[in-house]
Write a protein of this length. Structure first.
Ligand code: PLP
Length: 489
C-alpha cells in the first residue's frame, strides 16, 4: 500500500538520484525566485509533519508529480485529438488519447474527456454539454439552422431564454452537496432554476422517496447526484429510476469517491458509470492523480462534451493531461484496488474508534472514505475543533452538518477523510490511534469568551498535556509511515 508499493519501488530503489534531481531543480528555481524554492521545500516538510485528514486531499506518486513538471506545459492544443487549432500537436494528441483510453477502460465508460482543469471546470463542461444536447440541438432543428452561425438575432434571443428556463435538482450544500450542484452563490445556482434535496432529519441519510417526490414536482432537466461531505454510499440505480420517471438527465459528480469506483470498492448500484448519462470527477482526491477534472459520458452525450473547448474551456494543460494518464495507469493496477479497499476500511476503523470514544458522527458512521464529526457535544464549534486539532498535529477542515446552527463559517462539524493517510500506509489499527488522539484533544478543549464576555465561536483553551501528547503520538505514527521515504532535499 501507499508509497511502499511495487509500482513505486521502481523509483524508490533509486531515490538517491531522484533526490539529487529534485535538489538540482530546486537550486535552479532558487536562483530565479528564492522564496518559491523555500516555500516548495517547506511544503514537503509541513506535509510530512502532520496527520493529513482532509478528505479531498491525497499524496500523488512521484511519477505523477514528475509528469506535471515538463515542457508539455508549453504547448497550446485547443481542440480535440487529431483536430487542433494549432500546429505541432502530435505529442499532445498521444497524451490526451492515452489518458482518455485509460479513463474509458478503468471506469467502463463509452467516452472520456480529460481536458477540464478542475472539478468545477468538469461540472461546467458537463452542464453546458447537456444544455447543448437537450436545448440547443432541438432549437437548431426547429429554427432550420445547421449550426449556431446560422442563427438570426431573434433565434439567439429565443435560445438564450430557453437556456435560462432550465431546472437543476442537486444535493444541498448543507447536507453534503457541492457548490456547483446548484448553490445560489455559484454560477450553477444562477444559470439554472435550482432546488436542492437534503437528507432525512432523523437518520441524516438520503431518502430516495423524498427525492422522487421533489423531482416529480419540480421536473428538472438535470438531476445531480454526488457529494463532498456525505459519509455514505449512494444508490445510483435508484437515482437513475427517479431521473427516468421525470425525463431528467442523470449527472453524477464522483469527485470525492472516484478512487473507490476505480478501485472496485463501489460496484453494482454504487458505481455511477453504468447508470448516469454524464459523470464528472476530479483526479486529485481519492483517485490520487494530479489536480484536474474529467468528464465521462455515454456515446449520446460524447459529441457535446467533446466541445468543452470552445464551449467553456480554453487550451488544455497538456502536462496535467499527461499526469492524469500516469495516475489512471496506476489506478488500473491490482495494487490500487488494495489501496482503495484500505481507504474504506480505514474510514470504518476511524469512525468506529470515534464512536467508541463518545464522538457523535453524522449518519452514525461511514461506508465511504469520509467521516463527519458533530462536535456540539463537546461544546465546540467546528472552527474551534479544527484549530485545536491543527495545533495537535492533525489537519482537518470544518464543515457544516445538516441544518447547521453555526452556519457555513463557524460550523458544527469537522470532516475527516482517509485517502491521504492510507497513501502513506496507515492501517486500521493506526486509525484507531488517530481516533484516540482526536477524542482526547476535543475532550481537552473548552470554548472561551469574547472580550464582551459572550461565548466565543473561534477562541478556545486546549490543555498543554493533551496537545503535547497528541503531537508526540502523531510523530510516532508519521515515523512509522514516512512520506516519499528516502526523498531528501
Ligand atoms: N465536485 C465535488 C463533489 C467536490 O467535492 C469538489 C471539490 O471540492 C469539486 C467538484 C471541485 O473541484 P475543484 O476544486 O478541482 O474545482
Amino acid at each position: 500500500m501507499g508509497p511502499h508499493t511495487p509500482l513505486l519501488r521502481r523509483i524508490v530503489s533509486d531515490l538517491e538520484s531522484i533526490s539529487s534531481a529534485y535538489r538540482t531543480l530546486l537550486s535552479a528555481i532558487e536562483e530565479v525566485e528564492p522564496r518559491i524554492a523555500a516555500a516548495t521545500r517547506q511544503e514537503l516538510t509541513d506535509q510530512r509533519a502532520s496527520l493529513k485528514l482532509i478528505a479531498s486531499e491525497n499524496y500523488a506518486s512521484l511519477p505523477v508529480l514528475a509528469t506535471m513538471g515538463t515542457w508539455l506545459s508549453d504547448k497550446y492544443a485547443e481542440g480535440t485529438v487529431g483536430h487542433r487549432f494549432y500546429a505541432g500537436c502530435q505529442n499532445v494528441d498521444t497524451v490526451e488519447a492515452v489518458a482518455a483510453e485509460h479513463a474509458r477502460e478503468l471506469f467502463g465508460a463509452e467516452y472520456a474527456y480529460v481536458q477540464p482543469h478542475s472539478g468545477i471546470d468538469a461540472n461546467l463542461t458537463a452542464y453546458w454539454a447537456i444544455l447543448a444536447h437537450k436545448v440547443e440541438s432541438p432549437a437548431l432543428a426547429e429554427f432550420g439552422a445547421k449550426g449556431v452561425a446560422d442563427l438570426t438575432e431573434a433565434d439567439w434571443e429565443t435560445l438564450r431564454r430557453r437556456f435560462g428556463e432550465q431546472r437543476l435538482l442537486g444535493m444541498s450544500l448543507d447536507a453534503g452537496g457541492h457548490l456547483t450542484h446548484g448553490f445560489r452563490p455559484n454560477v450553477s445556482g444562477k444559470m439554472f432554476h435550482q432546488r436542492s434535496y437534503g437528507t432525512d432529519p432523523e437518520t441524516q441519510l438520503l431518502d430516495y422517496d423524498v427525492i422522487r417526490a421533489q423531482a416529480r414536482e419540480f421536473r428538472p432537466l438535470i438531476l445531480v447526484a454526488g457529494y463532498s461531505a456525505y459519509p455514505r454510499r449512494v444508490n445510483f440505480a435508484k437515482m437513475r429510476d427517479i431521473a427516468d420517471e421525470v425525463g431528467a438527465v442523470l449527472m453524477v459528480d464522483m469527485a470525492h469517491f472516484a478512487g473507490l469506483v476505480a478501485g472496485k470498492v463501489f460496484t453494482g448500484e454504487e458505481d455511477p458509470v453504468p447508470y448516469a448519462d454524464v459523470v464528472t470527477t476530479t483526479t486529485h482526491k481519492s483517485l490520487r492523480g494530479p489536480r484536474g477534472g474529467m468528464v465521462l459520458a455515454t456515446g449520446e452525450y460524447a459529441p457535446s462534451v467533446d466541445r468543452g473547448c470552445p464551449l467553456v474551456l480554453g487550451g488544455p494543460l497538456s502536462n496535467v493531461m499527461a499526469a492524469k494518464a500516469v495516475a489512471l495507469a496506476e489506478a488500473r493496477t491490482a495494487e490500487f484496488q488494495t489501496y482503495a479497499q484500505a481507504v474504506a476500511d480505514n474510514a470504518q476503523a476511524l469512525a468506529e474508534g470515534l464512536l467508541r470514544r463518545g464522538v457523535d458522527l453524522v449518519t452514525g458512521g461511514t461506508d465511504n472514505h469520509l467521516v463527519l464529526m458533530d462536535v456540539r457535544s463537546f461544546g465546540l464549534t467546528g472552527r474551534q475543533a479544527e484549530s485545536a486539532l491543527l495545533e495537535s498535529g492533525i489537519v482537518t477542515n470544518r464543515n457544516a452538518v445538516p441544518n447547521d446552527p453555526n452556519g457555513a463559517w463557524y460550523t458544527t462539524g469537522v470532516r475527516l477523510g482517509t485517502p491521504a493517510l492510507t497513501s502513506r500506509g496507515f492501517t486500521a489499527s493506526d486509525m484507531d490511534a488517530v481516533a484516540d488522539m482526536i477524542a482526547g484533544v476535543l475532550g481537552s478543549t473548552t470554548p472561551t469568551t469574547t472580550s464582551k464576555g459572550e461565548p466565543s465561536k473561534a477562541k478556545y483553551d486546549l490543555t498543554d498535556d493533551a496537545r503535547d501528547g497528541s503531537l508526540a503520538e502523531a510523530q510516532r505514527l508519521l515515523n512509522l509511515h514516512p512520506l516519499y521515504p528516502g526523498l531528501e532535499l
